[in-house]
Design a protein around this ligand. Structure first.
Ligand code: AMP
Length: 389
């Protein structure tokens, strides 16, 4: 999701600039002013409660704004992102926006502030008042609205400065120039966003080879915890020595060590378009860890893929692999193969179930040649990437 708030005093050009953003980025537009005016026209309870305040140039109560926003967001569950105009307008509303974003499992990407001085605002609103038919576009109410802006709305900027997502734009330039400035900010935001895939499948489903090939094709970083652990041991790093000791004493590698390894990998990966996780998360605990790790990067899971292969085919593939050079230590006996399948069944299937409820899981038929399966997954990934915009 791409979520943007357009900020600025009345008359800054938020409505005008919204038009091109909606067209270009297909965002769902939420103008609290427009929603309120509609409520007033329809003489709803909320509209009647807010009418006098609005017409006098004051701000509608936060309680009303929350109710209207909740309703609007609930009515648009398929929105690919939101463009907020005229919200948040108070410090409290900044927190309300945080809460709404958390509820949607997303966050605000940036707050773009259109800077326009007071006299320019008054001039523009008086011109607009000649044709807008808005009762609040007359000089005395305009001055009251600007005072409300200075007292209640401007302090909101500090909230976003502290969060590092406040971006100012000179709103006194031509409409086209302001649009170009905003567009380049949005483009930068889009390029910052990571496309993160979690790839599931039973051992033998081909997730390792498919994951590696997908990473190469789409410029993603392949994060496979098994090989990462092996590499640490081979390179005799401090972490590797600890892992080796655990392996040798037959103990499981703790989440604590795995997290350190993934953290290091995520931090070192610069300039990539996203990650493909394979072999992690393996348990519900690890699924929470992954949420936390991605959140730290200001990111989240974009897509979950599960490669499906019938059990008998899995066993025959793993058995065949055990007779080749590609044999893994854990492919060596039927007992070990069955144990891995069982681990997946009991620990990892609950993670897939959880993801299915949260994000939806894309099921891929894993039967057929490598290329056939790769083509199927690639198509889904490309759809997912398009959907992200
Ligand atoms: P606008 O169309 O954004 O200029 O808003 C017109 C009027 O609607 C404002 O002057 C306020 O009275 C009211 N309003 C719009 N958005 C909000 C909000 N987020 N909080 C409180 N009042 C609002």
């Amino acid at each position: 999701m791409l979520n943007i708030a357009l900020f600025g005093p009345p008359g800054a050009g938020k409505g005008t600039q919204s038009e091109f953003l909606i067209r270009k980025y297909k965002l769902y537009y939420i103008s609290t002013g427009d929603i309120l005016r509609k409520e007033i026209d329809q003489k709803t309870d909320l509209g009647l409660q807010a009418k006098n305040i609005i017409e006098a140039g004051g701000l509608a109560p936060d309680e009303i704004i929350v109710q209207l926003l909740e309703k609007t967001i609930k009515e648009n569950p398929d929105a690919k992102g939101f463009l907020f105009d005229g919200f948040p307008r108070t410090y409290i509303q900044a927190y309300i926006l945080e809460g709404l974003m958390i509820k949607l499992n997303t966050s605000l990407n940036c707050l773009i502030s259109l800077d326009v001085n007071k006299e320019e605002s008054v001039k523009r609103l008086l011109i607009r008042g000649e044709t807008s038919g808005r009762k609040d576009d007359n000089e005395s109410v305009i001055r009251k609205r600007l005072t409300e802006y200075d007292n209640k709305t401007r302090p909101v900027l500090q909230f976003y400065k502290d969060r590092g997502i406040y971006i100012p734009v000179n709103g006194q330039q031509s409409i086209e120039k302001v649009s170009r400035d905003i567009d380049s900010i949005v483009q930068k935001e889009l390029s910052k966003r990571l496309f993160n895939i979690v790839l599931f499948g039973y051992p033998g489903s081909g997730r390792g080879s498919q994951g590696k090939a997908l990473a190469k094709k789409y410029g993603l970083e392949f994060v496979a915890t098994g090989p990462m652990l092996d590499r640490e041991i081979k390179n005799k790093t401090a972490l590797g020595n600890q892992i080796k000791e655990l392996y040798e004493s037959g103990q499981l590698v703790s989440d604590h060590l795995v997290v350190q390894l993934i953290e290091k990998k995520l931090e070192q990966s610069k300039g990539i378009k996203g990650f493909i996780f394979k072999g992690f998360p393996r348990t519900l605990v690890q699924s929470y860890i992954l949420d936390g790790l991605l959140k730290k990067l200001g990111s989240s899971i974009s897509m979950v893929i599960d490669i499906e292969v019938p059990t008998l085919e899995l066993i025959s593939r793993l058995d065949a692999r055990s007779k080749t050079d590609a044999c893994m230590p854990y492919d060596m006996s039927t007992a070990k193969i069955v144990k891995r399948l069982h681990e997946h069944e009991t620990k990892t299937i609950p993670v897939i179930t959880k993801y299915n409820q949260l994000h939806g899981v894309t099921k891929i038929d894993g039967m057929g040649s490598f290329d056939e399966v790769f083509e199927r997954i690639s198509q889904e990934v490309e759809n997912g990437m398009k959907h992200m915009r």
